[in-house]
Design a protein around this ligand. Sequence first.
Ligand SMILES: Cc1cc2nc3c(=O)[nH]c(=O)nc-3n(C[C@H](O)[C@H](O)[C@H](O)COP(=O)(O)OP(=O)(O)OC[C@H]3O[C@@H](n4cnc5c(N)ncnc54)[C@H](O)[C@@H]3O)c2cc1C
Length: 261
Amino acid sequence: MNVLLVYAHPESSSLNGSLKNFSVKHLEDAGHKVQVSDLYAMQWKAILDADDSTDRQPGARFDPSLDSKRAFENGTQSQDIALEQDKLRWADAVILQFPLWWFSMPAILKGWVERVYAYGFAYGVGEHSDTHWGDRYGEGMLAGKRAMLVVTTGGWESHYGPRGINGPIDDILFPIQHGILYYPGFDVLPPFMVYRTSRTDEARFSKICDELGQRLDDLWKTAPIPFRPQNAGAYAIPELTLRSDIAADQYGFDAHIARGG
Ligand SMILES: Cc1cc2nc3c(=O)[nH]c(=O)nc-3n(C[C@H](O)[C@H](O)[C@H](O)COP(=O)(O)OP(=O)(O)OC[C@H]3O[C@@H](n4cnc5c(N)ncnc54)[C@H](O)[C@@H]3O)c2cc1C
């Protein structure tokens, strides 16, 4: 299988760097092909702007969505964007690996998403009608592929528990797992978390690698998070709210996960 690892850490000798190296070797030893987008090493341009297409007319008003659409359709996206889209097409599974920075992904990775997820590639795909609101949330260009987050945190696991002060980790990661990965079609696996990173010594690192290795071995077996598909009847269209008979007593992020079927 083909695995794309999109990795965001500025220091190659960091814990994240070591875990990235472990994952690449583990996957390759198991016979998989691996490509790494090491965003800092690539000096990835993090900001979406008018330079993202090659055919923009001087003085023309920049429209982030419509310019993206035109460039994607006309093959005039800047080359770094097109290359990352090719890697996504190639991949059977995509891993996003990063340290949690201010309760989200580092800005360089957010910038990768903003620029690579072009209009026509990751959004604005498919028919819009009274029964089908675009190919998204379970459908889309990246359907049939799997995705998983590998995230490290300074905070303890309890800080991210159901009553932890930081809020539950599933809630913090919801905009990434549901909004960025499920939206264009990925099946999203539960994240691999490393909490309280300051408490890492050789013994713990070895244990973390064992657990991560198991998750990589199970990449094609692990059940995805059962997010509810948008166009399969659970949501009223065009309101895009859950039907009143579905998870009637649930609100917020959790209502969009079909726990127990
Ligand atoms: C801007 C910013 C915002 C942040 N926001 C948050 C936040 O919102 N929530 C939160 O919980 N945390 C936050 N943090 C903390 C951050 O998530 C952690 O610092 C990060 O996850 C640690 O990962 P690292 O790869 O940088 O670890 P490193 O600092 O490189 O290493 C962590 C520990 O692992 C050890 N180690 C590294 N490699 C190995 C190895 N190969 N073998 C054995 N031991 C090793 C190191 O000695 C060190 O003790 C933030 C940090 C920053 C800088």
